[in-house]
Design a protein around this ligand. Structure first.
Ligand code: FES
Length: 166
């Protein structure tokens, strides 16, 4: 069964927070994923639980992104490219927000990357995550285009078709 981005993340988070066996997850499995849907392995649930964040690049090697474990146990992931003019934002675990060093925009990690303070015109692109039964985490989609990327979301994903597709 394909689940929405938030439902899938919530399911992962519940298991991470509760230390449940990965097999208990009900989200989309490797076997159920469409063969043509590109995705990128970003790490494991165990790593995220220990480090509270995993850096990766998505949808291409020049697009930094971060998966974070929020205080309430939710797991979320975002592009780190500011939607104002493309500077790289930094994450603060204490505030659970992303701050841009260029013009001061702040994005709320617990609320879909919404703009807390401008001048950024829109939310940070959220990255949909999936997990396999063996606890591997994958980035599979973007909620919106990344600043400065002229390709469509589907084209961006296609660019990452060479990633780990296990
Ligand atoms: S580039 Fe981030 S606030 Fe301007």
């Amino acid at each position: 069964m394909k689940m929405s981005r938030r439902a899938s993340i919530a399911t992962i988070a519940t298991a991470v927070a509760g230390g449940l066996a990965v097999d208990a997850f009900s989200f989309e499995t490797d076997e159920a994923a469409p063969a043509t849907k590109p995705r990128l392995r970003i790490g494991t649930l165990e790593e995220l639980k220990k480090r509270r964040a995993i850096s990766f690049a998505y949808p291409d090697a020049s697009s930094p992104a971060l998966a974070v474990l929020l205080g309430n146990g939710d797991v979320v992931a975002y592009s780190l490219i500011c939607t104002h003019m493309g500077c790289q934002v930094a994450y603060g675990h204490e505030t659970q927000s992303f701050s841009c060093p260029c013009h001061g925009s702040v994005f709320d990690a617990a609320r879909s990357g919404e703009v807390e303070r401008g001048p950024a015109p829109r939310s940070l692109p959220e990255i949909e995550l999936q997990s396999s039964h063996d606890g591997e985490l994958y980035a599979v989609a973007l909620s919106s285009p990344i600043f400065g990327h002229t390709e469509s979301i589907d084209e961006n994903q296609a660019l990452y078709g060479t990633g780990d597709k296990r």
